[in-house]
Write a protein that binds this ligand. Structure first.
Ligand code: SAM
Length: 285
């Protein structure tokens, strides 16, 4: 009989959000695999739990996962936790869960807090279809390129962002998604410090949000989930969107002439009509 790997969500700020089943699992497993044992030690102390811990990170050395898989092989149950929220969601755990499943062990989630879902649930943006994009690249050039790939995405977009990048990211969003797409300003919602004392929801265009954040530096502090309303349906038909996608991808890596020629071949669209758009994309890359 082998053990079970429990993937346990922990609070994203408010310790009162720890669900009773998660507490019970952390008390009864043989081992807790934690992203940062010192950080999680504080939560366990608060909960009066003294289950042994072991560090786990997807980029950690092989011995970390060997220890955990070894415990499961011996029939011991293990709980995986991260610093906050649901493990694997912009947090370590993917490789461990994949390996545990490949070995045939049972993997079971203990659902609980997740910043992306908490933010979306209260944002007032369409929630029937959404795309979680995690963290945008830290460098502006790469960030803008990533945003360009999302120009025609109609689902609500959800990002995590760090406080020291929030102004730069909003600036890039304003320029790439709103202005260059030449469409009405899209609604953006910033969810800050969810479940904590200074929880705040702000909404508006990128320019409006930048104005609020510049006027009150306190609004630049803490943890953020940034959500963007999806692209309007009538902006482009599917065919135009495909052409735009192909051209954007090629322009990023090839000289303009070659990119346009190749895009024309792939899409069947006339070279000359692609050239101007290619020029605009090249200027931004
Ligand atoms: N696994 C976590 C989850 O389930 O949400 C996310 C971990 S990720 C490393 C941390 C990021 O999540 C933060 O930089 C922030 O963007 C977002 N986040 C976490 N807690 C938050 C909170 N209380 N309020 C707003 N955003 C939060």
């Amino acid at each position: 009989m082998t053990g079970t790997l429990y993937v346990v969500a922990t609070p994203i700020g408010n310790l009162g959000d720890m669900v009773p089943r998660a507490v019970e699992i952390l008390q009864t497993v043989a081992l807790i695999a934690a992203e940062d044992t010192r950080h999680s030690g504080r939560l366990l102390k608060h909960l009066n739990i003294d289950t042994p811990m072991t560090p786990y990170h997807d980029r950690g050395d092989q011995r970390q996962s060997a220890r955990i898989l070894g415990a499961l092989a011996k029939g011991e149950d293990v709980a995986l936790i991260s610093d906050a929220g649901t493990p694997l969601i912009s947090d370590p755990g993917y490789k461990l869960v994949r390996d545990a499943r490949q070995c045939g062990y049972t993997v079971s989630p203990i659902p609980g807090p997740c910043a992306a879902i908490a933010a979306l649930s209260a944002a007032g943006l369409p929630s029937d279809r959404f795309a979680f994009e995690g963290f945008l690249p830290a460098k502006s050039g790469e960030r803008r390129k990533r945003l360009e790939t999302l120009l025609v995405e109609q689902r609500t977009l959800i990002f995590y962002e760090a406080p020291h990048r929030i102004l730069d990211t909003l600036t890039d969003i304003g320029e790439v998604l709103n202005v260059q797409n030449n469409e009405a300003q899209r609604n953006i919602v910033l969810a800050r410090e969810l479940s904590k004392t200074f929880e705040t929801f702000l909404s508006g265009s990128a320019a409006e949000l930048l104005e609020i954040l510049h006027a009150d530096p306190n609004q630049q502090r803490g943890e953020f989930v940034l959500m963007i309303e999806g692209a309007p349906k009538q902006t482009q038909n599917a065919e135009d969107a495909d052409v735009e996608k192909v051209l954007t991808t090629l322009v990023a890596d090839l000289p303009l002439k070659q990119a346009v020629a190749l895009a024309a071949k792939i899409t069947g669209v006339n070279k000359n009509s692609l050239y101007q758009r290619g020029l605009e994309l090249k200027a931004r890359s």
